[in-house]
Design a protein around this ligand. Structure first.
Ligand code: CP
Ligand code: NVA
Length: 317
């Protein structure tokens, strides 16, 4: 009998729907796994830790980085990833999420879901009986947040004592996930955005006591002074997937919040880095000079998607 290499973790069988479900020290454990698998990958080590395993990759929305990360990370470790767009499978057509979950749970070792409703990724976890990983919903993008934390740590050698500022659509999935992970890990986090696009009250209220415990300072403001002292300015598209009809309104609202040279200078630090989850719309949320500058860490950040996603899968599956 051929056996897969073992990867020990206390998280086997759990799902990752949002980092709210994990304790700070658990998140740091995932981060350690990510640094380990990145080191192994860069050393050219070949491992077969998913041998005999399968993962269903369900995508209701488009993806380059997330799909590529899941597919290559799982496949190169001997596993068999199966990409399923909702154009091809019954989900979203005549079959419910609950029934889809019960079928996939009989055939796959794990499920990744990228789509609209957080409720759907929850139902998949509830009814499939296998680990489910949220590859982005309207509400959260937890795998992105871990890659971003990894990129911060690589650049500054620490997390505590840092401050980063998300500039733009403060209510979107990425902003919320960064707020959660910052609150958990004690990293100061600012949202610089128009009032209309502040994160919803419920998520602010959930994060407040978590931040109080970790010592993270969370600030949400339309004043530029909120980016003062930021070690990193972070932005994302002004119009997320599924919101294309709001393009004009968002452009009007968000133009003053563009990350450009002046905004980078407003941190008051020459060491401030720039991050973006990508894909980017150059000339909208960020100017080309900032995006292409030495301060921009977007390609390291994109690469870290793969290492963190491999780490998450190794930990859970
Ligand atoms: N950042 C991110 O999730 O990219 P994709 O949409 O290409 O997966
Ligand atoms: N907020 C963006 C993130 C893309 C990775 C979206 O949901 O489209």
């Amino acid at each position: 009998m051929i056996q897969a290499e073992k990867f020990d973790s206390p998280f086997k069988g759990r799902s990752l729907l949002t980092w709210l479900d994990y304790e700070p020290e658990e998140i740091l454990q995932f981060l350690d796994y990510a640094f380990l698998v990145k080191k192994q990958a860069h050393a050219g080590e070949v491992h077969q830790r998913f041998l005999g395993k399968t993962i269903a990759l369900i995508f209701e929305k488009r993806s380059t980085r997330t799909r590529s990360s899941f597919e290559t990370a799982f496949g190169e470790e001997g596993g068999h990833p199966v990409f399923m767009s909702t154009q091809d499978i019954q989900l979203g057509g005549k079959e419910s999420v609950k029934d889809t979950a019960r079928v996939l749970g009989r055939m796959f070792s794990a499920i990744e879901f990228r789509g609209f409703k957080q409720e759907h990724v929850k139902q998949l976890a509830e009814f499939s009986g296998v680990p489910v990983i949220n590859g982005l919903t309207d509400d959260y993008h937890p795998t992105q947040a871990l890659a971003d934390i990894m990129t911060l740590k690589e650049n500054f050698g620490k997390l505590k004592g840092l401050k980063w500022a998300f500039c733009g659509d403060g209510r979107n999935n990425v902003a919320r996930s960064l707020m959660i992970i910052s609150a958990k890990l004690g990293i100061d986090f600012a949202i610089y955005s128009p009032k209309e696009l502040f994160p919803p009250k419920d998520i602010q209220e959930i994060c407040a006591p978590i931040a109080a415990k970790s010592g993270a300072k969370i600030e949400i403001s339309s004043e530029i002074s909120v980016v003062k002292n930021a070690d990193c300015l972070y932005t994302d598209v002004w119009v997320s997937m599924g919101e294309e009809s709001l393009k004009e309104e968002r452009t009007k609202l968000l133009s003053p919040y563009q990350v450009n040279k002046d905004l980078m200078a407003a941190t008051g630090k020459s060491s401030t880095i720039f991050m973006h989850c990508l894909p980017a719309v150059i000339g909208q949320e960020v100017t080309e000079d900032v995006f292409e500058s030495p301060a921009s860490k977007v390609w390291d950040e994109a690469e870290n998607r793969k290492h963190t996603i491999k780490a998450i899968m190794l930990a859970l599956i």
